[in-house]
Design a protein around this ligand. Structure first.
Ligand code: BTN
Length: 234
């Protein structure tokens, strides 16, 4: 595994730093921060990042997978890494939330770095709440943590990177997809898809295809392929 790990104490967002300075960093650079002051989530949300978690981003300059597939590969690496480090089986809510019990303990944000209209690199960011106990009011009902000692964060990081590397190198086989589907709590459930702020659709989530799209059958019988957004189990 040839990842180059750079550790910082406090940064704005590890994703932003790698994305905005991609030319300065080598392929497979991993930027780890003890704390983020402007941690980012999907859909313009922020990601609460106090010093009781593990926050890191991986820069990939030679990308073979689309950002949604990278998110799925990262989710598999995180679930396996959490199990190997702590013996805890977490699950995934399509597409990027890692859940323990009913609480979100980790989020993943894969972003493309564009050169003109082409994606030249990707940054995959992962934030895990290891021992965080108090959360801001807006997320206190949905966020949780592994409730483990955050001194274990180096071992967790190592295990996740090892799995990420293995899954990426083996991604042609799509074996990561089987693991993802087995541990995905969105599958075989009725879901509400957020289309935009004031409209949604409902249906039955019955599969995830090779491109990481969630396949949802509406009551009308029509099947929709969802590649972005949120699917809430109802
Ligand atoms: C989400 O839950 O919507 C995604 C959260 C991703 C958080 C990680 S923490 C490390 C990296 N840096 C960021 O600013 N975001 C990602």
């Amino acid at each position: 595994m040839e990842y180059k790990i750079i550790k910082k104490d406090k940064v704005t967002s590890t994703n932003d730093i790698l994305k905005n300075n991609a030319e300065k960093y080598e392929d497979k650079t991993v930027l780890v921060a003890r704390e983020q002051t402007a941690g980012k989530g999907r859909m313009g949300r922020s990601f609460y990042s106090p010093p009781t978690g593990l926050y890191f981003s991986v820069l990939l300059k030679d990308i073979k997978s689309n950002p949604t597939s990278l998110t799925i590969i990262a989710a598999v690496a995180v679930m396996k890494g959490i199990y190997e480090t702590f013996g805890i089986s977490a699950q995934v809510k399509w597409v990027n939330d890692i859940i323990l019990g009913s609480k979100k303990i980790c989020g993943i944000l894969a972003e493309g770095v564009f050169s003109g209209s082409r994606i030249s690199h990707a940054v995959v960011g992962i934030g895990i709440n290891i021992s965080t106990k108090e959360f801001p009011d807006e997320i206190k009902d949905i966020a949780g943590s592994l409730e483990k000692d955050s001194n274990n964060s180096d071992i967790l990081l190592h295990n996740i990177l090892k799995n990420f590397d293995e899954e990426i190198n083996n991604s042609d086989s799509k074996s990561y997809l089987d693991f993802y589907k087995k541990n995905c709590l969105t599958l075989n459930k009725k879901v509400r898809l957020l289309v935009n702020d004031n409209s949604y659709e409902e249906g039955f989530a019955f599969d995830i295809d090779d491109n990481a799209n969630l396949l949802v059958k509406k009551e009308s019988g029509e099947t929709i392929k969802v590649f972005f957004g949120e699917a809430k189990v109802i």
